[in-house]
Design a protein around this ligand. Structure first.
Ligand code: MG
Length: 379
């Protein structure tokens, strides 16, 4: 039986690298691309359709839909939010969610209802609605497999058994501003923040790495993924990005997952879990002539990390507010409308104005998300 895979966000950084993994994986005939979905980047999407021959595709924009319809008369082409839900939740075994933003949340929940395992690369899913997503996954006996390198490292180090775990240690490279002063960081512009030292990622996540918000969102995700209280999650700055994260056991033993920084490895592990196979050559890892350093994060220079811990601990709608305000502010930053300091201030402002709802419904979460965006965009 072939494993049928559907990718949401196939033209993005993780989506593209997932297709590279599937091209090079040793037993590639045991996988089948069932569906591919993207926003509107047809220049990248059409070559993917030609090469991987998906059974169905989905685009978000109506214009892109019309162009595809003209080009392919036999291919099943879907569009918009309804199309995304359909492609995510029908006739597939694994759904890999690699879109940015909250667009993947409803399709992911629908896929879980249809007992489809999730390879999770989208941060918003668990950050916004972790309790709802986890409850639904449990009720439907669905696996949520992390694609993110840190969560994959925790899964690999724990061997999937969290009974004996005391703390989890999430590593962070520290981003391009690790050794800059607070003033330099706060006044920086997008072009400076986009120069990440170790990882090749999309633009939004690269900015989040520069502010350490990315790590904050990963902390919230880890809390949900592994059922670990926030006080047992530690963030460690590790500029070399060799230790991808670690777990500390109740007997004091610490187990870490190491390797060359490459997203291909965690992507492939999510697809072959719990097995392993040969795939893209990432170069043999060598311990020789390497220095590994670890530091405590400076939350005075990087307050986003602290805000994320606080929002996570408060729970309810706060993580969704944090995420929405941050996303909105990051796009303003990328457009050059604000300095990096503006991201921090906007998130602070949205959080201070938020009204808590305990155990919010999905509608209430989207409402809080919308309100936070309104505050940041000034409408
Ligand atoms: Mg990560």
């Amino acid at each position: 039986m072939k494993k049928r895979i559907t990718i949401l966000g196939s033209t993005g950084s993780i989506g593209t690298q997932t297709l590279e993994v599937l091209e090079k994986i040793k037993n590639k005939e045991s996988f089948e691309i069932q569906g591919l979905a993207c926003n509107s980047n047809l220049q990248k999407f059409i070559p993917q359709i030609e090469k991987f021959k998906p059974k169905r595709v989905c685009v978000f924009s109506n214009e892109a839909y019309k162009s595809l319809k003209e080009k392919y008369d036999k291919l099943e082409i879907l569009y918009g939010e309804e199309g995304l839900i359909q492609i995510a939740a029908d006739d597939t075994d694994i759904l890999l969610t690699a879109t940015t933003g909250n667009i993947a949340l409803k399709p992911t929940l629908k896929a879980i209802e249809n007992k489809i395992d999730i390879a999770l690369a989208n941060k918003e899913t668990l950050v916004m609605a972790g309790d709802i997503v986890k409850a639904k996954a449990k009720a439907n006996n669905v696996k949520i497999l992390p694609v993110d390198s840190e969560h994959s490292a925790i899964l690999q180090s724990s061997n999937g058994d969290f009974h004996f775990i005391k703390n989890i240690l999430i590593t962070a490279s520290g981003g391009p501003f690790l050794n800059k002063t607070k003033e330099e960081i706060y006044l920086s512009r997008a072009d400076e923040a986009l120069k990440h030292p170790n990882w090749n990622m999309g633009r939004k996540i690269t900015i989040d790495s520069a502010t350490l918000m990315n790590k904050g969102l990963e902390v919230i995700e880890a809390h949900h993924l592994f059922d670990i209280p926030y006080d047992n999650i530690k963030v460690v700055i590790h500029p070399e990005s060799i230790v991808h994260s670690a777990v500390e056991m109740i007997d004091g033993s610490v187990i870490a997952q190491l390797g060359n920084p490459s997203m291909h490895i965690p992507i492939q592990y999510a697809l072959t879990y719990p097995k392993r196979t040969e795939g893209i050559e990432t170069g043999s890892f060598s311990f020789f002539d390497k220095t590994l350093t670890f530091k405590t994060p400076d939350t005075d220079k990087f307050p986003c990390l602290k805000m994320a811990f606080e929002a996570g601990k408060k729970g309810g709608v706060y993580p969704a507010v944090l995420n929405a305000a941050n996303e909105c502010a990051v796009y303003k930053f990328l457009k050059g409308e604000i300095k990096l300091k503006g991201i921090i201030e906007n998130v602070e402002k949205a959080l201070s104005k938020a009204r808590q709802i305990e155990n919010p419904t999905l509608e209430e979460i989207f409402c809080a998300d919308f309100e936070a965006r309104k505050i940041v965009s000034g409408f």
